[in-house]
Design a protein around this ligand. Structure first.
Ligand SMILES: C[S@@+](CC[C@H](N)C(=O)[O-])C[C@H]1O[C@@H](n2cnc3c(N)ncnc32)[C@H](O)[C@@H]1O
Length: 164
């Protein structure tokens, strides 16, 4: 599934990529495997043991582990002077967050994604996230990935309304 996520995120041609909620790094490793040599990946993780684990186990100069919540992507984009990220990949467990927090993260993603970029979200709940994504992105698609245990929903969103 991590390889499928890397494909949906267009990693082979991406240069600036963000991962939200990398956890122990299973998806991070596949994103890095597909990312061009001159690409950069910023991974935002709030749980300090996972931050330490990622830093200790993935030795890759293209990876920056940011010990901040997902909405801090706005500051990173400004600090880097980027026109927008090519891809934002999220495994944040949105069903566990308050609606206001979810909206804050999705708005930050829409504000920081390049107009031609793609937001990819991994979810397990069949219906929860898609309507919230449609409020921020013009084009939302979903696929069920059956080969994962449990089967997962992969949502892709394009056309950030903040940039429209
Ligand atoms: C389902 S786990 C990700 C699993 C990961 N793909 C792996 O292979 O280990 C979700 C992760 O999102 C992180 N998380 C939760 N809320 C977050 C937020 N607001 N910003 C960034 N990360 C967050 C959690 O700490 C957790 O590591």
């Amino acid at each position: 599934m991590a390889r499928r996520i890397a494909r949906l995120a267009g990693m082979e041609t991406a240069h600036t990529v963000v991962e939200l909620g990398p956890g122990t790094g299973a998806i991070t490793r596949e994103l890095l495997a597909a990312l061009p040599d001159d690409g950069q990946l910023w991974a935002f993780e709030v749980y300090p043991p996972f931050v330490s684990h990622l830093r200790a186990t993935i030795d890759d100069p293209r990876l920056t582990v940011v010990p901040e919540s997902a909405e801090a992507i706005v500051e990173v984009r400004e600090a880097q002077g980027l026109p927008g990220f090519d891809a934002i990949v999220s495994a944040v467990p949105f069903t566990l967050l308050e609606p206001a927090e979810i909206t804050k993260i999705l708005q930050a993603a829409a504000r920081t994604l390049h107009p031609d970029g793609v937001f990819v979200a991994l979810q397990y709940h069949p219906r929860y996230l898609a309507p919230l994504l449609r409020a921020q992105f013009a084009d939302v698609k979903r696929e069920v990935y059956l080969w994962n245990i449990p089967p997962a929903l992969l949502l892709t969103a394009r056309g950030p309304r903040e940039n429209a």
